[in-house]
Design a protein around this ligand. Structure first.
Ligand code: ATP
Length: 142
């Protein structure tokens, strides 16, 4: 599908999931800024995308990046539910309304929803459902 307009998207976390989201958005011509606290990942990704190194649980980092200017933010952190929840809360407080957050469990998803994340991505269960439909031959359902 062709994007209807140019969106600015802040992607936080450049693991397999976040990296894939950021690269896809970039290929689709969206304005992506990726952030990770790991300097090695940032060095690797900065050859492909605008990328900066910061710990986004720090409110100052959110201010410096001027997170509120982005149309959309994607919080792509699974290992640390604490970091995921803190960053999601801080981005929402900064005024980012179109927020997508990755969850790793039902409990994590419920907290993200309660603090106001608009979209929750259950990456593993979503991928499992899709594969189930594909294996069953329901290509149109996935
Ligand atoms: P994957 O997507 O690879 O399955 P995951 O969902 O388990 O991984 P994590 O390993 O938790 O994701 O984190 C993804 C990325 O987020 C990592 O590269 C990590 O450095 C980054 N990250 C974690 N905490 C922060 C933070 N506070 N600020 C910025 N980046 C962070």
């Amino acid at each position: 599908a062709k994007p209807s307009g140019n969106k600015s998207v802040l992607v936080i976390g450049l693991g397999r999931f976040g990296g894939s989201v950021a690269a896809t958005l970039d290929q689709m011509g969206q304005d992506v800024l990726a952030v990770d606290k790991n300097p090695e990942l940032v060095a690797r990704w900065s050859a492909h995308l605008p990328t900066i190194q910061a710990d986004m649980t720090d409110v100052l980092a959110i201010e410096q990046i001027d997170a509120s200017q982005f149309d959309t933010a994607v919080v792509a952190i699974g290992d640390s539910i604490e970091a995921s929840v803190i960053i999601t809360g801080n981005l929402l407080d900064a005024g980012v309304s179109d927020l997508w957050a990755k969850s790793v469990s039902q409990e994590h998803a419920r907290i993200l929803q309660r603090i106001g994340a608009r979209h929750i991505i259950n990456a593993e269960t979503d991928a499992g459902k899709r594969v189930g439909h594909l294996v069953a031959g329901n290509y149109l359902d996935y």
